[in-house]
Design a protein around this ligand. Structure first.
Ligand code: NCD
Length: 337
């Protein structure tokens, strides 16, 4: 499927061929993301950015990605500051906002809400996270990062061994990522979580039906021993009935330099969609890993801009036009790295 003019609601829309062409476009975005030059290819286009749940990197990186392509961004943040608190339906909001924008990114706490909104929208809608359901752009940037990390070790994604750790029940990032990895061959999934926060059964069944191996364990040391990638996640406290309930699980699976050097193979890549919960009672990914060269978390966030630029350019049909609208930047680039 070509994503020209499409909504992006689920990873299930993708196949290997369109992921590859999306990632080729993402690769061409590097000089723009690094501010070595600029492009005006989306000049005149407006992104409607609707975040009805907390967000830092997803919201800002989507906005930056659109700006870096020369477009403008209009934002609404928080249900309480939108007309949804006045009882407006998603249908009406979609009809209205799609009149003001050329493309919309939306995050909302209700699973299925972004698809409902998209069905009434007159412009393409990208799912920025719908409750515990899906987060397709995060899965794409994670996969892009994994390809890059594994390429450094002369490996691809086929035959990958990955441990996903933490709140696999409520984590939309792991729901999307595991299903996206389904497109590759012979993936070994190790799911490390408390039993009560296990990966939903229908996802496990889908992975196994596609021929992949799934091991579920509550033992972190065993789970991270023989994998290429650890994908750590945060306990999604906002999805629990009470803070006390979430607190039972916070800090249960901590990864720090000691655990890494004790249990992991030395080349294991460490990923996390962020935010990592760095409070003392959680601290799932310790700061003492910050200088570990295999910690890929900030390469993930940087790649998020490239992949989101590629998503926008591809939806609006300018994936190959970006360089034609390139210009030098007029300020001194003092960026370090
Ligand atoms: C994640 C999310 O919102 O699902 N964050 C993100 O978008 N990078 C993960 C999380 O909040 O734990």
């Amino acid at each position: 499927m070509n994503i020209l003019g499409s909504h992006i609601l689920s990873v299930q829309q993708f196949d290997r061929a369109n992921i590859e062409s999306l990632f080729q476009v993402a690769d061409t975005m590097r000089p723009y993301a690094r501010r070595e030059k600029m492009t005006t290819v989306l000049q005149g286009a407006i992104l409607g950015s609707l975040f009805f749940e907390p967000s830092t990197r997803t919201r800002v990186s989507f906005g930056c990605a659109f700006n870096l392509l020369g477009g403008e961004v209009r934002e609404t943040v928080g249900i309480e500051s939108s007309s949804l608190t006045k009882g407006e339906s998603l249908y009406d909001t979609a009809r209205v906002l799609s009149g003001y924008s050329d493309l919309i990114v939306m995050r909302h706490p209700q699973p299925g809400s972004v698809a409902e909104f998209a069905s009434a929208s007159r412009v393409p809608v990208v799912n920025g996270g719908d409750g515990a359901n899906e987060h397709p752009s995060q899965a794409l940037l994670d996969l892009f990062t994994m390809q890059q990390e594994m390429a450094g070790k002369s490996r691809g994604i086929d035959n990958l061994r990955i441990a996903m750790v933490g709140d696999l029940k409520h984590g939309r990032t792991v729901h999307s990522l595991s299903q996206l990895l389904c497109l590759y061959r012979n993936i070994s999934f190790v799911f490390v979580s408390p039993k009560a926060l296990a990966m939903p059964e229908e996802i496990v069944d889908r992975l196994m039906a596609a021929g992949h191996t799934v091991v579920e364990t509550e033992d972190l040391a065993v789970g991270i021993a023989n994998v290429d990638i650890i994908y750590q996640t945060r306990i999604q406290e906002e999805r629990f009935a009470s803070k006390e309930e979430a607190n039972q699980y916070r800090g249960r699976f901590r990864i720090n330099q000691y655990a890494y050097s004790q249990f992991c193979q030395p080349s294991t890549v460490i990923m996390h969609p962020l935010p990592r919960d760095s409070r003392a009672d959680a601290n799932e990914l310790d700061n003492d890993l910050n200088d570990n060269p295999n910690l890929a978390i900030f390469r993930q966030t940087d790649n998020g801009v490239l992949v989101r630029m590629a998503i926008f350019a591809s939806i609006l049909g300018v994936g190959k036009e970006v360089d034609r609208y390139a210009r030098p930047i007029s300020w001194k680039n003092v960026r370090k790295g």
